[in-house]
Design a protein around this ligand. Structure first.
Ligand code: TXE
Length: 488
């Protein structure tokens, strides 16, 4: 099957209601990581494109913010329905663009992107505001007003899933949006722009611009008419955005990296802990901020767990991302492939023992002979203090270490700069609650991984970010509360 973007050589900026070339008239290559070859071109956007997009969004704001919630909801639902119609094509685009297995894009990325629109399209119809009667003196209530033009900047690992997680609540709440997807995986965002136009989203309500982050990003995050920035990406980039936005008093939500512990107590259901632990470690080639990349196992279960985990890791089906049976696809870019490979060398220098994987995968097939594939890798014998255990590798690389008791498990789990998520495996109800409370993480899963109820606040502690998204938190982020106090 051939999709629109596979045949397109160039995608364009979506500004106002138009698809336009970048002001620079320059383009960068979009490379299929499974083949290592460019298959399309992406606008090399700059500050002029940002200015045009922000101006279009600013112009659209008065009418969009005054549009009844029911109508905003209808349009967001129409986008979701149109995406559903194109679900197979979108999954294929996402797979080619990012190297992820097409089955994963079809089962997770695109359905979740659709769900994001549906969730916020309905949530906005059910918001409520409390009234506080202050004795018999006054009535206090809170109005929530949209902010204006807001920016959404998203990464390459879950391209459409994370972009829509920002766009949907922002639009539902009545803001207009300038969105910038990752230049490494821009194609599904381009398709989203096409869909938004086709369903009749008014001009300027959603603008999607492309370009290299360091070149186009600061002009967007520093733009005086951008009132809020929702960013998902690396911690270093998040920090640089905060440095630009904070002095301008912009609202900021930063969803950054993770180095998430997966803590297995000896009383755990080991079948489940191994099976789910493999998914948590290697899904999307380990390129999910929620991946459980540090496995901690109680001493008495350590040998058995390691043996079973490695046996599972070597059977993961690594293959062409477009093969529906593939479980492990390509690494997103050459640059990221090199970064992960350098961590494999570092792990050896730091004294780690590689139990499986440890390097580039053997040739996948003729189509993928120049692609970037790394074998699922399991490393033991490393102290928690070493860089391999402290830094986010963001690849199919997991370490396993033993612990002796609950206190040590908590201490090791918390011993990184990050605090995004954690998983606990135990049959003890008391311990589950006790340890969940002691772990520094925005989300703790007990006997499961990556279940997401879109109503709960999502985000990280420590270097994993600031702010929470999801449900009411997202709608609150994209609105400004105004208290009204009426004397009675
Ligand atoms: O992401 P960047 P990179 C982690 C992971 C990875 C590291 C770096 O460890 O190895 O971050 O990845 C845009 N102003 N995560 O460099 O740069 C960029 O164009 C404004 C974790 O590829 O953070 C893209 O749209 N925007 C993460 C987005 O930021 C800028 C997912 C993210 O890219 C910008 C991805 C700037 N100065 C990587 N510079 C997660 N939390 O899930 C870049 N961008």
């Amino acid at each position: 099957m051939t999709t629109r973007t596979e045949t397109a050589t160039r995608i364009l900026q979506y500004i106002g209601d138009d698809f336009v070339p970048p002001s620079s008239n320059a383009y960068i290559d979009d490379v299929d990581p499974a083949t290592g070859h460019a298959y399309a071109q992406v606008p090399d956007g700059d500050a002029n494109d940002v200015d045009r997009a922000v101006a279009a969004a600013k112009k659209a704001f008065p009418a969009w913010s005054a549009t009844p919630a029911a109508e905003r909801s209808r349009l967001l639902m129409a986008i979701a329905d149109a995406m559903e119609q194109e679900i197979d094509a979108l999954a294929r685009i996402e797979s080619i663009d990012s190297g992820k297995p097409i089955a994963l894009a079809r089962a997770m990325d695109i359905p979740r992107a659709i769900a994001n629109f549906r969730f916020f399209a309905t949530a906005i119809l059910h918001t409520k505001s409390e009234l506080h009667a202050t004795d018999t003196e006054a009535l206090n209530y809170t109005l929530r007003r949209p902010l204006g033009v807001v920016a959404g900047i998203s990464p390459w690992n879950l391209p459409l899933y994370l972009l829509t997680w920002k766009i949907a609540p922002a639009l539902a709440a009545g803001n207009t949006v300038v969105a910038k997807p990752s230049e490494i995986t821009p194609m599904s965002a381009f398709e989203l722009a096409r869909i938004a136009k086709a369903v009749g989203l008014p001009a300027g309500v959603l603008n999607i611009i492309h370009g290299r982050g360091p070149q186009i990003g600061p002009s967007l995050t520093g733009h005086p008419d951008v009132k809020a920035i929702s960013f998902t990406g690396g911690t270093a980039t998040g920090t640089s955005i905060a440095a630009i936005a904070a002095p301008k008093l912009k609202k900021l939500s930063l969803e950054l990296g993770g180095k998430n512990p997966n803590v297995v107590f000896a009383d755990a259901d080991l079948d489940d802990a191994v099976k789910t632990g493999l998914r948590a470690a290697f899904r999307n080639q380990g390129q999910i901020c929620l991946c459980g990349s540090r496995i901690l196992v109680e001493q008495s279960a350590y040998d058995e767990f390691v043996e079973r985990f490695v046996a599972g890791a070597v059977t993961l089906r690594q293959g062409d991302p477009l093969d529906t049976a593939t479980e492990q696809g390509a690494i997103v870019s050459k640059q990221h492939f090199d970064k992960i490979m350098s961590y494999l060398s570092l792990a050896k220098e730091e004294g780690g023992t590689i139990l499986c994987g440890g390097g580039a995968a053997p040739k996948i097939n003729e189509r993928c002979k120049d692609g970037w594939f790394i074998q699922p890798t399991v490393i033991v014998d490393l102290p928690m203090s070493c860089r391999t255990n402290q830094e986010e590798i963001f690849g199919p690389v997991v370490t396993i270490a033993p612990f002796k008791d609950e206190d040590e498990a908590v201490q090791l789990a918390n011993d990184t700069p990050y605090g995004l998520s954690a998983t606990l495996w135990t049959q003890s109800l008391n311990r589950a609650h006790r340890v969940a409370d002691r772990i520094d993480a925005g989300t703790v899963w007990v006997n499961c991984w990556m279940f997401r109820d879109l109503r709960v606040p999502f985000g990280g502690m420590k270097a994993s970010g600031v702010g929470r998204e999801g449900g009411d938190d997202a709608l609150h982020f994209f609105t400004e509360p105004k208290n009204v106090c009426v004397k009675t």
